[in-house]
Design a protein around this ligand. Structure first.
Ligand SMILES: N[C@@H](CCC(=O)N[C@@H](CS)C(=O)NCC(=O)O)C(=O)O
Length: 204
C-alpha cells in the first residue's frame, strides 16, 4: 500500500490508521504548496488533485477520506477500527461526514484559503470570519458528542482520526478547543500511532 499525503493535511488521519494497523506501507509526499497535486504525475493517481489517496497492493487507487478509512478498517478487522454495532457505525459515519463535508470543506477551507470562496480579494476577511464560525460550530458539536466518552462512538474508531485532524488544525491556528475536544486531542496525541505519524510528518 502507498499513501499519498502532505504533512499536516487531512491525510494525517489516514496515516494514523495505517500505523494503527501496523502492516507495511509506503508514503509518497505530494507538495501541495508547490501545486504538485495539479501536475500530471499526481492527477494520473488522483484526478481530483487532493490528498489523501491510497494505492492498494493490486495497484488500484482509493480516494475520499471516509472510503479509504472504511476500506482500511473493514479489511483489517483485527485492528478494531470499526464498531461492531449498527448504532455506533452510523454515529461514526454521521460524525465523519459532518466533520469532513462541513467543518473541513466549508469551515477550515474558508480560513485556510479564503480567496477560493471570495468574489474579490477584499471579501477575504468576511469569508475567513464565516469560516471560523462554521469551524467553531463543528468543534462545538464534536464537543457535545464527546461528553462522557473517550472517543466519538465510545471506543476508538476511524471517526476519531477525523476528529483528530480537525483538533490538530484548530490547535495550529490558535482556535481554542472546547474541554471535551481538548481531552480527546490529548488522548489521541498519547497514542503511539499518532506519535509515530507526528514524527514521520515532521510535526512533533
Ligand atoms: N473530500 C476529500 C477532501 C480532501 C482534501 O480536501 N484534501 C486537501 C488537503 S487537507 C487537499 O488535497 N487540498 C489540495 C487542494 O485543494 O489544492 C476527502 O475526503 O478526502
Amino acid at each position: 500500500m502507498k499513501l499519498f499525503y502532505s504533512p499536516g493535511a487531512c491525510s494525517i488521519g489516514i496515516h494514523v490508521l495505517l500505523e494503527e494497523i501496523g502492516k507495511p506501507y509506503e508514503t509518497q509526499l505530494v507538495k501541495l504548496r508547490e501545486g504538485a497535486q495539479f501536475a500530471a504525475e499526481y492527477t494520473s493517481v488522483n484526478p481530483k488533485s487532493k490528498v489523501p489517496a491510497l494505492q492498494r497492493d493490486d495497484g488500484s487507487i482509493l480516494t475520499e477520506y471516509p472510503a479509504i478509512a472504511y476500506w482500511l478498517a473493514r479489511t483489517n478487522p483485527e485492528a478494531r477500527l470499526w464498531p461492531d454495532d449498527v448504532e455506533s457505525q452510523v454515529r461514526a459515519l454521521e460524525m465523519m461526514d459532518y466533520l469532513i463535508a462541513t467543518t473541513h470543506m466549508h469551515g477550515f477551507s474558508r480560513i485556510f484559503r479564503p480567496v477560493g470562496f471570495a468574489p474579490s480579494e477584499g471579501d477575504a476577511e468576511t469569508v475567513r470570519a464565516r469560516g471560523l464560525e462554521i469551524f467553531g460550530n463543528g468543534l462545538a458539536l464534536l464537543d457535545r458528542t464527546l461528553a462522557g466518552k473517550e472517543y466519538v462512538t465510545g471506543a476508538f474508531s476511524i471517526a476519531d482520526t477525523v476528529a483528530f485532524y480537525i483538533e490538530f488544525w484548530a490547535t495550529a491556528r490558535n482556535v481554542p478547543l472546547p474541554a471535551n475536544c481538548a481531552a480527546h486531542y490529548a488522548r489521541m496525541l498519547a497514542r503511539p500511532s499518532v506519535q509515530r505519524v507526528m514524527q514521520q510528518e515532521g510535526l512533533a
